[in-house]
Design a protein around this ligand. Structure first.
Ligand code: TSJ
Length: 654
């Protein structure tokens, strides 16, 4: 593409300049009018989608075999930089648009995937909306291309070209860099698209970038945060790919055999990778991905894996008489108890279906995964009889436990909270009955609970106080938590049941807000709640119904003027803004209980002024990991974790 480049300091001539320009402007306008259509939302999630969208472009270059390193940097000025060492985005003139290809990619809606020619674009899917969407939603964006000895650059404002692509220097390197400043709404920028006050969250990005590194073996991904006083950097690079992902999932559990089983293969343009390893827990942790996108609703790739796993294990058990003639076959669920596995497929045109577009629909994928996994696993079992024996014992054990549990459940079910119709005494319910309009605040401590009850808008806000100490993560097993008064109150208030009896239609609130203190105990309670939701009501998280309240950390006041600030950085900013010489009074809130009901309302509960963090499945996975670690039998990692991460826990690194 670069051969037809003509850049002798002249403006490239456009073929139908006006026509194309109109098309570009209409595209940008559509994106800014309905940002949710393109990036899902204008909150934190949407903001992070922008980073993923840009990173996906670099991942594609890596999957094509031309890029080994991708760096993501969060800059102090609120921008994000993504840099790769690929071939550099083509700068030659796009035949139809008459403009440099890189410009077309960044200004024309859905133009991204149209270049390239050979190979297929495998990332994308959910976020595959194109880099032009990010450009349209950025108050400023700069692209740099290093190619053929030259450094090119172009800049844009709200997607509009500031100047034509130009050469600014020479280089030996190749690659592409995009730096963008998201267009966040504020008093100074009322036309901005993203919600006021939002910023890139290091931990959210860290989790996703680590996931990308697991899913794309060999690619080095670096995340740098330049915003703190001491910049932080993490490098993720896994030659073992999803094998190391499975090790990571199991890292705080005892495993039944040392090396994850790994199966890979390609058929009809569908590349399949599976890694699995059993552990000593009773949980099933199987994550499926299509084109690097998690598919929590499953789909044909997951079904193919499950049927193959079950068939391979049953066939082996029959062949070697581990399963006796009289035994029933192991059920699919018996072969998945205690299993940690990753199923990752990559294909040219994935069809995403389901409520949240996170279920793979392509029917041709099921038999492909089934066959590859059945063959791979059968071979492994034949070649590794010691491990095969361990796996079969485990599955047989699960089948027996399932039978026993069913009997026990039948006995106790009649007595569960699910049947009781009346609401818990501690609940201060709201008057509204439409769940979509209702919120419930789960509040740590009776005194904060009291303030929240007084301060709330009782029309649509319900309050359920929790006594904090009882929910000590480190001392409480999840099965015992289930029978605790606190959790029963929560289940009753929500109305939707748990586990196999869960019914989303019966949920009484579409916003479930954890309101806890900003200290270690508060973090423990959040981890516990999130783990509980994740294991027993995951749909609540998938639907995006679970939030954390963000109470302020400080109040800065002078005379009648009062400002609430929500982080240490914001405090420094505020003090700079007010002038540090002035003698302001700073109050640090140690707990929610220190706030009056009016303060709690205006800072934390009033939908007009509050900020809330919405938990996603990644947060829940991370919480589950921390919970397992805090609870786990392995003393050493727990001690290490608590020592190293006491601060992280309080910072809500979920
Ligand atoms: F899209 C983008 F601008 F947002 C962006 C693109 C951002 C970042 C950080 C990287 C990239 C990008 C694109 N990195 N590498 C590429 N590669 C290509 O676009 C490319 C290069 C060469 C050829 C070729 O056929 O010669 C084809 C393509 C698609």
């Amino acid at each position: 593409m670069s051969e037809d480049l003509n850049l002798n300091g002249t403006v490239p001539q456009s073929v139908h300049y006006d026509e194309n320009q109109i098309q570009v402007l209409e595209g940008l306008e559509a994106v800014r009018k309905r940002p949710g259509m393109y990036i899902g939302s204008t909150d934190n999630r949407g903001l992070h989608h922008c980073v993923y969208e840009i990173v996906d472009n670099a991942i594609d270059e890596a999957l094509a075999g031309y890029c080994t390193h991708i760096e993501v940097t969060l800059n102090r000025d609120g921008s994000c930089t993504v840099r790769d060492n690929g071939r550099g985005f083509p700068v030659g003139i796009h035949p139809k648009m008459g403009r440099p290809a890189v410009e077309v990619c960044l200004t024309v809606l859905h133009a991204g995937g149209k270049f390239g020619g050979s190979g297929y674009k495998v990332s994308g899917g959910l976020h595959g909306v194109g880099a032009s969407v990010v450009n349209a939603l950025s108050k400023h964006l700069r692209v740099e291309v290093r190619q053929d000895g030259k450094v090119y650059e172009q800049e844009y404002n709200i997607g509009k070209i500031e100047y034509d692509l130009r050469v600014i220097g020479a280089t030996e390197e190749t690659g592409t860099t995009v730096q963008f400043w998201p267009d966040i709404r504020s008093d100074e920028n009322p036309g901005g698209v993203f919600d006021p006050g939002i910023t890139f969250d290091y931990d959210t990005l860290k989790n996703r970038i680590r996931e990308m590194a697991f899913l794309n073996k060999g690619i080095k991904l670096t995340l740098r945060d330049e915003r703190p006083e001491e910049p932080v950097e993490r490098v993720f690079h896994f030659e073992g790919g999803i094998r190391e992902f499975v090790r990571h999932i199991n890292k705080n559990r005892e495993v039944l055999f040392p090396d994850p089983i790994y199966i890979e293969g390609v058929r009809n343009d569908v590349s399949v990778e599976v890694a699995l390893q059993y552990n000593d827990s009773y949980q099933e942790l199987v994550y499926a991905y299509a084109n690097n996108i998690r598919t929590p609703e499953g789909g044909t790739h997951l079904t193919g894996f499950q049927t193959a796993l079950s068939r391979a294990i049953n066939d082996y058990g029959r062949k070697y008489k581990i399963l006796k003639d009289a035994d029933a076959n192991l059920k699919g669920e018996d072969t998945r108890e205690s299993l940690a596995a990753i199923v990752s497929i990559k294909m040219p045109e994935p069809q995403f279906e389901g409520q949240t577009k996170s279920k793979l629909g392509n029917s041709e994928v099921r038999p492909i995964v089934d066959r590859l996994v059945y063959e791979g696993l059968s071979t492994y079992l034949e070649e590794t009889p010691a491990v095969a024996r361990i796996i079969l014992d485990r599955c047989l054990n699960a089948a027996r436990a399932r039978e026993a549990a069913r009997k026990a459940r039948d006995m106790t079910r009649r007595k569960t909270v699910l049947e009781s119709g009346s609401m818990p005494g501690k609940l201060a319910d709201c008057s509204e009955r439409d769940p979509a309009k209702c919120e419930i605040f789960i509040v740590e401590g009776d005194s904060a609970g009291g303030s929240a009850k007084e301060g709330r808008d009782r029309h649509f806000q319900a309050i359920l106080p929790l006594r904090g100490k009882i929910l000590n993560v480190e001392k409480t097993r999840l099965d015992r938590i289930l029978v605790s008064e606190q959790i029963k109150n929560m289940i009753t208030a929500f109305g939707c049941g748990i586990g196999s009896e869960f019914n989303l239609d019966k949920l009484r609130y579409h916003r479930i807000v954890c309101m806890t203190d900003a200290d270690v105990d508060g973090a423990h309670i959040r981890i516990l709640m999130l783990t509980f939701f994740y294991r027993y009501m995951p749909e609540l998280i998938k639907q995006g119904y679970v939030y954390s309240a963000m109470p302020p950390l400080y109040k800065v006041s002078k005379g009648k003027q009062e400002y609430y600030v929500y982080s240490d950085e914001e405090l420094q900013q505020k003090l700079d803004e007010l002038g540090r010489d002035n003698k302001y009074e700073i109050q640090r809130y140690k707990g929610l209980g220190e706030m009056s009901s009016e303060q709690l309302w205006s800072t934390t509960m009033n939908p007009e002024t509050r900020t809330m963090k919405r938990f996603d499945l990644g947060d829940a996975m991370a919480a589950d990991e921390i919970f397992t670690l805090l609870m786990g039998d392995q003393v050493e990692p727990r001690r290490e974790f608590i020592e190293q991460n006491a601060k992280m826990v309080t910072d809500l690194d979920l």
